[in-house]
Design a protein around this ligand. Structure first.
Ligand code: DP6
Length: 293
């Protein structure tokens, strides 16, 4: 018997950066679920757990994945072992939150397979998102769409306007520092002291601006937020960074677009070099050419 499930990635506009034990976030975050960027996980009963590495994942990433499956198995007191297959329809480890979609998909598939085997009811979405959070924090937001808000206490959907996402890939290389390591390293930055307050304030302001459709304000808040996170990276000890020259060039082009038109996309960048744009509507074809070139 084979079980197959897919789950979407998500991109945070207010970032989860800095965490406690079990991936409890130090600050709240707000994300948009990327329905077209998905991981599909299949599980098949086998003699031993083994991972079919079709995505060329690191040994460390594979072990994290196996550890999470083991955690789910223990939760249900299940004895079965599995052959695990996982495929993304987008590049992994390049700042497109592949750990979010892969851990969400593994959690969904693991719960489904084990509950079928043991003939138990499937846990609620809420329970599965909390199980997933233990594997990778940001994955708990992938259970809710289109928007998810994640606080220290809970994760849930939040009703905010639909946006149109576009990804500008400037670099598809592997990240120099994993997000999990970044969560620890940022605590060494002198900018970290007030980070929680800054993120919480921005969250409040962004929700207000989105509700009021104050687009320029949304752009400004999201711009400050991703630079805040990247400034933490660049002032950590040791410091590290993800931007390439092309990232900066695209950011300058976006600034120019805003200056010329008093309008443009919301921008955010995760722990990677690639740039996520959000548009108010789909009618922006002529602008994208100016941004990339
Ligand atoms: C920069 O969820 O990858 O993408 O909980 O250690 O697995 P772990 O970290 P992870 O962190 C994601 C950080 C981020 C910002 C975000 O998604 O909010």
């Amino acid at each position: 018997m084979i079980w197959t499930t897919s789950a979407p990635a998500n991109i945070a506009l207010i970032k989860y950066m800095g965490k406690d034990k079990d991936n409890i976030p130090l600050n709240s975050s707000l994300s948009y679920t990327l329905n077209n960027y998905r991981t599909t996980v299949s599980l098949e009963i086998a003699k031993e757990d083994y991972f079919v590495n079709s995505e060329n994942l690191s040994q460390f990433a594979i072990e994290r994945f196996l550890k999470h499956l083991n955690y789910i198995r223990q939760l249900f007191n299940c004895k079965e072992k599995f052959k695990i297959q996982s495929t993304n329809n987008f590049i992994h480890s390049a700042g497109i939150a592949s750990s979010a979609s892969s851990f969400a998909a593994l959690t969904l598939c693991g719960c489904k397979a084990i509950c079928d085997i043991l003939q138990k009811p499937l846990p609620s979405l809420d329970e599965m998102s909390q199980i997933s959070r233990k594997g990778s924090g940001s994955s708990c937001r992938s259970f809710f769409a289109p928007w998810a808000i994640w606080t220290k206490k809970s994760v849930q959907a939040i009703n905010l306007p639909i946006l149109h996402h576009e990804l500008i890939t400037v670099d598809d290389g592997i990240k120099p520092v994993t997000s999990s390591d970044a969560h620890e390293l940022v605590k060494t930055s002198y900018l970290f002291k007030d980070r929680i307050n800054r993120a919480e304030k921005r969250l409040e302001n962004l929700i207000k601006a989105l509700n009021e459709l104050n687009w320029q304000q949304c752009y400004q808040i999201c711009w400050e937020e991703f630079w805040d996170m990247h400034a933490l990276f660049e002032t950590s000890s040791p410091h590290f960074g993800y931007f390439s020259a092309k990232t900066i060039q695209v950011l300058r082009n976006i600034e120019n677009l805003w200056k010329e038109n008093n309008d443009g996309p919301i921008v955010t960048i995760d722990a990677g070099a690639n740039i996520h744009l959000f548009w108010k509507n789909t009618n922006h074809g002529k602008n994208i050419h100016n941004i990339i070139n």
